[in-house]
Design a protein around this ligand. Structure first.
Ligand SMILES: Cc1cc2nc3c(=O)[nH]c(=O)nc-3n(C[C@H](O)[C@H](O)[C@H](O)COP(=O)(O)OP(=O)(O)OC[C@H]3O[C@@H](n4cnc5c(N)ncnc54)[C@H](O)[C@@H]3O)c2cc1C
Length: 461
């Protein structure tokens, strides 16, 4: 028997079914490559199994659903710097990240619009016990305090810079003032409550007429009167002061011209706080304009170990690295939002992340974020090992604030018009950067600090 005689002649139904399922576009394309008539002739003589094989080869009946390509999750830690940290440091960073997403992200736009700090997050923050990751009970610092503070700040700022500012003012400026300037009794009274977030502090240094020059032109005065001091003057921009339990007030002694620090308790007669309204940055932080009118503070609330401006400067030195970290977190948060948006948003039938110019923005941002993160990690390491000088912190502040400004601008641009809507997140980062740029030493003043260090010549006027 010949081979063809052995074959089961194809049922015309099989061939008709095959032809009915052929994609005509594909068939047209095939016609240019193979002898289609010959193929159909051959098919007419095929048995059922051969027809099945041909169907498979032609992809008939296989509706190929293209699986959407999985895109990488946005990640601002491109060089894996988190991997260089200790388990505890990573764990604390993870806790802050989870807290920010669970407790702050859902309410932050509402509070931004209300120009108000959500005080309920203080209770939610308490179980994390973050201050004890930085400070010991006696007011000395943990061995890796500055790195830890940096990571807390980074993770907070990725979501909301204002939350980091609340924490930085209380756990940094106010806590350090008591820790460095307080007597043993004062530390025993305040530090445990501050560690537990049961007493919230504020830091009153800047004045309406004395910002950058406050060390030289402090107008708030103190005068000894029996067992008390009488304070007069104004302090401007004082974060947390609208609800804090006390504010550290820095004032110049009318007799000796020495700078002194005082713990001024909320409700003290002659101490009035007015909330500054209408800010375009850090609207969730409550900044106060404090007026002191013959405000009597007992000598027991004068910070007993303050050694003039030197102590104020020591407090600022301790916290300046934290402000540099705010720039890293703010920029990283904005970058990650921009990557996600570029992966999702479509224009001209493509994701905007497929456009070269958008990729250029993203890569520029990532370069900024990576260099800022690396710099701050090293800065904090230097601080924790006692080798950081003022000019190191100043350069970090100058560099990160400037790169943050550039990064959030690119991020906002990536969102197009949607970038100015609060609901998309990036607008808040964009606005908050303006405050980072100006506080804890403006970029000009920090530039002069670095300039003086590298040239040996002072350009301060
Ligand atoms: C949101 C926010 C929160 C803040 N929180 C606090 C707080 O909790 N406690 C507190 O005490 N303070 C706080 N501040 C104050 C902050 O530290 C000051 O704003 C900052 O020190 C700058 O002072 P200034 O705003 O008065 O600017 P100015 O000192 O008036 O400076 C105006 C401009 O002149 C430039 N300039 C000044 N002097 C020189 C010079 N010699 N050479 C070159 N350029 C110069 C500055 O760089 C700046 O560009 C806060 C500020 C803001 C905006």
């Amino acid at each position: 028997m010949t081979k063809s005689a052995e074959r089961t002649p194809p049922g015309s139904a099989d061939l008709t079914q095959l032809l009915s399922q052929l994609d005509l576009t594909k068939l047209g394309a095939l016609a240019g490559k193979v002898d289609l008539a010959g193929l159909l002739n051959a098919a007419a003589n095929m048995d059922e199994s051969q027809l099945k094989q041909l169907s498979k080869a032609l992809g008939v009946g296989q509706t190929k659903e293209r699986k959407p390509r999985e895109l990488p999750a946005p990640d601002g830690d491109f060089f894996g710097l988190m991997d260089t940290l200790t388990d505890e440091q990573r764990e604390v960073a993870g806790q802050v990240k989870a807290f920010m997403h669970a407790e702050v992200a859902p309410i932050m736009n509402e509070y931004w619009n209300r120009d108000e700090f959500p005080r309920q997050i203080i209770d939610a923050l308490r179980p994390l016990d973050l201050l004890r990751k930085v400070w010991n009970e006696d007011g000395t610092r943990k061995a890796d305090a500055t790195v830890m503070e940096g990571l807390i700040t980074l993770e907070a700022c990725k979501v909301d810079v204002s939350t980091a500012v609340f924490f930085g003012v209380h756990a940094g400026l106010a806590f350090a003032s008591v820790a460095l300037g307080g007597s043993a009794e004062q530390k025993a009274e305040w530090l445990p409550k501050m560690l537990d977030l049961k007493a919230i502090g504020a830091f009153g240094l800047t004045e309406p007429e004395g910002g950058s020059q406050v060390s030289q032109g402090m107008r708030t005065t103190c005068r000894r009167d029996g067992d008390a001091w009488v304070l007069n003057g104004q302090k401007k921009w004082i974060g947390n002061s609208t609800f804090s339990d006390f504010t550290v007030i820095w004032a110049r002694d009318e007799d000796s011209s020495e700078v002194r620090g005082f713990i001024v308790r909320a409700g003290t007669p002659g101490y009035a706080v007015e909330k500054i309204q209408g800010k375009i940055a850090l609207r969730i932080v409550e900044n106060g304009l404090i007026t002191l009118t013959d405000c009597r503070v007992p000598d027991s609330d004068r910070l007993q170990e303050v050694k003039g401006w030197r102590t104020t400067a020591d407090v600022l030195r301790l916290t300046r690295a934290g402000v540099a970290w705010q720039g890293v977190g703010c920029a990283m948060g904005a970058y990650e939002l921009a990557v996600k948006y570029a992966q999702d948003r479509k224009q001209f039938g493509k994701r905007i992340g497929e456009f070269q110019l958008i990729q250029n923005h993203l890569v520029h941002m990532l370069g900024n974020v990576t260099s800022m993160f690396t710099l701050c990690l090293r800065l904090s390491y230097m601080a924790d090992h006692g080798i950081m000088k003022d000019e190191h912190a100043a350069l970090a502040k100058v560099f990160t604030a400037a790169r943050c400004r550039e990064t959030v601008a690119f991020a906002r641009e990536t969102f197009g018009g949607n970038g100015i809507l609060l609901e998309n997140g990036v607008a808040k980062h964009f606005a908050d950067t303006e405050a980072i740029y100006s506080y804890e030493g403006t970029n000009e003043i920090n530039t002069l600090v670095v300039g003086r260090a590298v040239t040996g010549l002072s350009a301060f006027v």
